[in-house]
Ligand binder design. Sequence first.
Ligand SMILES: [Zn+2]
Length: 245
Amino acid sequence: MDIETTGIVIREYPKGERDKLIIVLTPEMGKIAVWARGARSQKSPLLSVSQLLSYSRLKLKKNAGAFYLAGGEVINLFFEIRDSIGRLSLSQYFCELSDRASADGLEGGEILSLLLNSLYLLCKGESETRIKAVFELRLMSVIGFRPELSGCAVCGGETDAMYFDMREGRVVCAQCARGGRGAGAYPVNRAAYEAMKYIINADAKKIFSFKLDEESERILSKATEGFMLTQLDINLKTLDFYNKL
Ligand SMILES: [Zn+2]
């Protein structure tokens, strides 16, 4: 069966001397594994469409339940990202997290557009810290770990500092935190808290469109990363690498 789809390569595994197995995120089929035969040869017509971060129109063949890459045409290779080790390793982290967080065949479209938009903005040189925070929190929201951020979980109020309980996925206000209800929670300032609300509630096309000072961006990013790691309970080599740069 012949299938045409768009998709971005989020993982690649060398197989044998010439072949690769690639993990592709597609809008209709979600995440699929595709065999790219001969794709490791420098002369292969599949060389560019099968590389990590390559977003392409793909021709696939499905045979006995497995997908094989038959050809394709690159839409975007995100070259500008590859100029910077920071942006490149952040992109690799986005790919690894997309792969680990998405079930086969599920939520393909939303994760794909979140990933593509994040990569486009990285190409434009926008704030890595902000893009990373939006990617993490929105992804968590999409895959069913949406935190409850409409006011304090105890009294419903909102104070200048809010305490983010990463395990419970909720916030507690400063007063209730002083009363002992915020034990172990991570303090976020009001700007970072408002940004978190915006990221989970805004229309997908607008989630990156907010302004935040550098300090609040840093707080936001710690909160979103901590939330993701706490909830998913996973180790991500690419994130460790990025954070060590
Ligand atoms: Zn409260």
